[in-house]
Design a protein around this ligand. Structure first.
Ligand SMILES: O=C(O)CCC(=O)C(=O)O
Length: 246
């Protein structure tokens, strides 16, 4: 699998792209069912990470929650897009998911970790890149991700509390596709005005010299590490660690 020159240009200029047909219908159904099952279990056990005024939930640390999530870590249809933005030695920062419940309001605009904590101007090249793996068709009505194409070129962050932008787009894309974007694109989940949950898997990556958000090196379960190929180990960060004493 590869990335075309036109796709590279779109990522450079717009900062975002939809990669079609990454997941099969069977995979979509399997992942959606499993994420909703884990979300319910986490609610019952009191460990749920609820958000959006209790109208949304994150299920995080997916590699530790099932072998089925291994496939997302080094997916051949998606890796070339991350490599274009972050270089050939990029690493995984998080592997998580986002459920937007009916009634959820628009989220607040943000850029992704680590950019939110950096001074402006933000770097002129991508440090982090995010990808949403759509387990439902995304529409402007059901929480389709709001984003501002091209704003990464301005190297600015949304002022705290920003909820609108004149150039905003609400993502419309088919389930099974992946919406991949430069982390400097202002974005947020949209309001869900339908009666069905909107579900996405999220694979968030960074350059090898950026500190990832999740410490896979120390907290990946032994069985998940055992299943990892050399490329997956690199993505989990094992090849980009600070050195131990001589
Ligand atoms: O779920 C969405 O539509 C947006 C997710 C998001 O804002 C993020 O991963 O930073």
């Amino acid at each position: 699998m590869s990335i075309t020159e036109a796709q590279k240009k779109q990522l450079d200029e717009q900062g975002c792209i939809v990669i079609p047909d990454v997941l099969s219908d069977e995979e979509i159904e399997m992942y959606r069912e499993d994420i909703l099952r884990i979300a319910e279990e986490e609610k019952q056990s009191g460990s749920a990470l609820r958000h959006s005024n209790d109208h949304g939930q994150h299920v995080r640390w997916l590699p530790n929650k099932g072998e089925i999530y291994d496939k997302l870590v080094a997916h051949p249809k998606v890796m070339p897009f991350f490599e274009h933005l972050l270089g050939p030695d990029y690493t995984l920062s998080t592997l998580t998911s986002n459920i937007i419940d009916p009634g959820a309001p628009d989220g607040g605009y943000h850029v992704d970790n680590v950019l939110g904590g950096m001074p402006e101007p933000l770097p002129s090249f991508p440090l982090v890149a995010n990808s949403l793996w759509l387990l439902d068709d995304f529409t402007p009505e059901n929480g389709g991700t709001r984003h501002v194409p091209g704003i990464h070129l301005q190297q600015i962050k949304p002022p705290a509390g920003t909820t609108q932008h004149p150039d905003e787009v609400r993502l419309s894309a088919s389930k099974g596709s992946v919406f991949l974007f430069n982390g400097a694109i202002w974005h947020s989940a949209g309001a869900n005005k339908t009666d069905r949950q909107r579900v996405a898997l999220i694979c968030f990556c960074c350059r090898s010299y950026i500190k990832p958000m999740f410490d896979f090196v120390h907290f990946l379960k032994p069985e998940a590490l055992e299943r990892a190929t050399p490329i997956m180990r690199r993505l989990y960060g094992f090849d980009s660690q600070p050195r131990p004493p001589d």
